[in-house]
Design a protein around this ligand. Sequence first.
Ligand code: SME
Length: 164
Amino acid sequence: MEIAVRKFDNKKDRCAYVLSQIEALLNEEKDMTAGLANASAVMNLLLPDLNWVGFYMMRGNGLVLGPFQGKPAVSHIAIGAGVCGTAAQSGDAQLVLDVHVHCNHIACDLASASELVLPIRANGALYALLDMDSPVTGHFDNEDLIGLQPVADAIGWWISQIGV
Ligand code: SME
């Protein structure tokens, strides 16, 4: 499938484009692994300055690595550990401007400098996390958080629809 890589001069329009591309892709998909793998590939293609983007899935008492783009990453994270575990514990998005001064961060790729983690809710509960790393300090801001949470929400809605 061909996805046009368009240039945007603002994050709001870029996030809306990412959302439209992921919604179109998931609309045709009923398999969890295939859908999440392609969603991570679309974000990697369309969002600038990322060195890792992917999913951690809630499994029992912790998080397990899901489909992603980037270097190999820690495959199991305890609730409360690192930025992802904090998001899992609180259910809230985590925006870390500088991972090097953040006291609770698990380094997977030494190139990572900032991180955004968004909750994905499905069937009324926290189901997974969307995790993004950037090699640029302070790369993510509130515009990313507000612009990309609808992407996480659309993925959560799709997960509820495919019935897992
Ligand atoms: N930095 C994350 C771990 C996952 S990697 O970024 C892919 C954390 O602190 O939870």
